[in-house]
Design a protein around this ligand. Structure first.
Ligand code: ZN
Length: 274
């Protein structure tokens, strides 16, 4: 069994603020150093769970910010680490190689979710994304990309809001591990890191022992991206084939979801220009 693991940081136990997840601001250095260690340990717990379920290959894709957070020197020996960027498929780079299941570890709720730790969708310039009219965030768009490669999402870990988003989107059969209960965007009741790791280890082993269905978007599919300011939509609509739907909204339609995902990446990266 080949298991794919996308590891983000906002949904790790003990993380409640950007100061803990910011790799670039020198003022955050001490907090961030602790955060990336917590992240690495939860990633390793997922690897252990996958091995317990019989995985023969586990790829860990570092999926947060500049994607150089996981500590290579503390990585589980059985895992392969994919880090750095840019990566064409971003948080799901490498999924195209073919996997039996994907795990989303340390994930967070989509932009605009109340009582969700560090809710956002890729970047601050994005207010909302709709796939075929349904609002979704990183979790949903990444699940759809995995689905386009026939890979089901077996488990999502994060706060209670991320877990609820996963079940709402993927159905009750998706495994979820809640490592903290969100109180607000910057506050949560978290279990101890050791407890979070045990829950992830056991949850992954259990989830991989059950069948899961890929989340496959219809063809053609359409995305609409709402930006924060109109100038961001002005930049995004430079992407060939995109359609301006309003002052803040740019859309894109394609029969192949992989091309649609590529367009989504292009739209928000263009919008980040200034
Ligand atoms: Zn992140």
């Amino acid at each position: 069994m080949r298991v794919y693991v996308s590891v983000d940081m906002e949904g790790i136990a003990g993380i409640v603020h950007e100061d803990q997840t910011n790799p670039v601001d020198p003022r955050c250095a001490a907090e961030y150093a602790r955060g990336r260690k917590l992240m690495t340990e939860e990633a390793n717990a997922a690897v252990e769970g996958a091995l317990a379920a019989g995985a023969g290959f586990v790829l860990l894709n570092d999926s947060h910010w500049d994607m150089r957070n996981l500590l290579a020197e503390e990585l589980h020996h059985a895992a392969v680490l994919l880090s750095g960027g840019p990566k064409r498929l971003s948080m799901l780079e490498g999924i195209e190689a073919g996997f039996d299941a994907a795990l989303f570890i340390g994930y967070h709720a989509k932009a605009g979710t109340a009582r969700a730790v560090l809710d956002h969708t890729m970047t601050d310039v994005v207010r909302d994304v709709r796939l075929n009219g349904r609002s979704m965030g990183e979790l949903g768009l990444n699940a759809a990309l995995a689905g386009s490669y026939g890979v089901p999402v077996a488990l999502v870990s994060g706060d209670d809001a991320a877990a609820a988003e996963a079940r709402d989107l993927l159905g009750p059969e998706v495994g979820t591990v809640v490592v903290k209960e969100a109180v607000s965007r910057h506050a949560a009741r978290s279990v101890a890191p050791q407890v979070a790791r045990r829950r992830i280890r056991e949850g992954v082993a259990e989830a991989l022992g059950r069948p899961h269905r890929p989340f496959v978007p219809p063809s053609p599919s359409a995305i609409e991206v709402d930006f924060t300011f109109s100038y961001q939509a002005d930049y995004a609509e430079l992407a060939p084939g995109s359609v301006r739907h309003g002052a803040l909204t740019v859309g894109y339609t394609h029969p192949d979801f992989r091309e649609l995902f590529r367009a989504w990446r292009a739209l928000y990266n263009l919008a980040k220009v200034e």
